[in-house]
Ligand binder design. Structure first.
Ligand code: DAH
Length: 365
């Protein structure tokens, strides 16, 4: 009997050493150590042996079982580690490989690309880019920008108001709107940073208009410069640099008097037409369709910051000097990204920018 035990042990050892997969090893575990295997059955039968054989057989069988168990465990460790290694190597995915079939790489939407271009131009002039909330309070959207209580833009038909059952009273400064322009960020920027301040604020704005030349949502790039010795000439120089970077090196700008509640004086800024070189007519004598014979294209609103606006900026968020209307002066502008893109790329219809027709979009970028 002892001989049989030793034979089983030797056989098991060879088989374990030869096992090349975890699966094969588990089969051996069952074959040699499972409930119906020979060795465990011998162990269970020890009690039936004559008393003088029990000790030796029991000891030998037990040792053989323990030895095989230890061998199988050790081999399982080795095989497992190797198999994990192989599996990891085989499962490696190079996420940088192109798909199969290769998919076209996307591109920036023409409006995003235009907005980035505008940001880059003003970054190059020393401005910092800021962003702000699209859901804005009446305080920031109108009041702090010096709009009179009866200013028409406040009408509930001209602005998207956000009505909440438990919200502020209609008409209160805390009432919420979808911002109608990026100008409220002028106030927020001044609240957060002391002068001198040079910022541009790109972003979405909303108005309840929808026709061939208006979408209810569009984009603006606001600009604000506040310092101690700023004049309208600085505004003109800044916008001339913008006009030349955007519409061509030979462009000129012209300021026309206008009105905005938060600037004084306020101007509308025209850029000389790049299609007819500012002449208003083309070489064949026909009227320029782009500027409609004017020689100038209206591109944005601007002005010198109205001193009243500084008074709406609390100085609690940063230490003096703050925005003392006696000391600081500034200029601001707001330009439409859609309009700039349409002029730059000759897009004839605003709605093309939002229809998401790939035949249109793939022409850019
Ligand atoms: N917020 C104005 C609008 O949406 C545009 C504008 C005009 C912005 C003059 C300015 C500015 O900063 O100075 O019509």
């Amino acid at each position: 009997m002892i001989e049989r035990i030793e034979a089983l042990r030797a056989q098991g050892q060879d088989a374990v050493a030869a096992a090349s997969t975890s699966e094969a090893l588990e089969e051996l575990r069952v074959r040699y150590l499972g409930r119906k295997a020979e060795l465990p059955q011998m162990l269970r039968g020890v009690a039936q042996l004559p008393p003088d054989e029990r000790g030796a057989v029991g000891r030998a069988a037990n040792q053989a079982r323990q030895a095989l168990e230890a061998l199988i465990d050790a081999r399982a460790g080795e095989l497992g580690a190797g198999e994990l290694e192989t599996q990891l190597r085989e499962d490696t995915v190079d996420v940088t490989l192109p798909g199969a079939p290769v998919q076209p790489v996307g591109r920036m939407h023409v409006l995003t690309a235009t907005q980035r271009l505008l940001e880059d131009i003003f970054l190059g002039l020393g401005f910092t880019v800021l962003e702000g909330p699209e859901v804005e309070s009446v305080h920031y959207n109108f009041d702090a920008l010096n709009h009179t209580p009866t200013h028409p833009a406040r009408a509930r038909t001209d602005t998207f108001y956000i009505e909440r059952p438990q919200g502020p009273q209609p008409g209160s400064p805390e009432e919420l709107v979808l911002r109608t322009h990026t100008s409220p960020m002028q106030i927020r920027a001044m609240e957060a940073h002391p002068p001198p301040l040079y910022v541009v604020i790109p972003g979405r704005v909303y108005r309840p208009d929808s026709d061939a030349t208006h979408t209810p949502q569009f984009h603006q790039v606001e600009g604000l410069a506040v310092d101690e010795d700023i004049t309208l000439a600085d505004l003109k120089g800044t916008l001339l640099a913008f006009a030349r970077a955007t519409f061509g090196e030979t462009r000129e700008v012209r300021l026309r008097p206008h009105f905005f509640p938060f600037t004084e004086p306020s101007v509308e800024v025209d850029v000389s037409c790049f299609h007819c070189e500012g002449k208003g007519f083309l070489r064949d004598g026909t009227r320029c369709y782009l500027c409609k014979g004017e020689g100038w294209l209206e591109v944005l609103g601007a002005g010198e910051v109205d001193p009243n606006v500084y008074a709406y900026v609390p100085t609690t968020d940063h230490n003096a000097p703050g925005y003392d209307p006696e000391k600081v002066r500034g200029f601001a502008w707001g330009l439409g990204v859609e309009r700039a893109a349409m002029l730059m790329y000759g897009v004839p219809d605003l709605r093309l920018l939002y229809a998401n027709d790939l035949r249109f979009l793939e022409q850019f970028g």
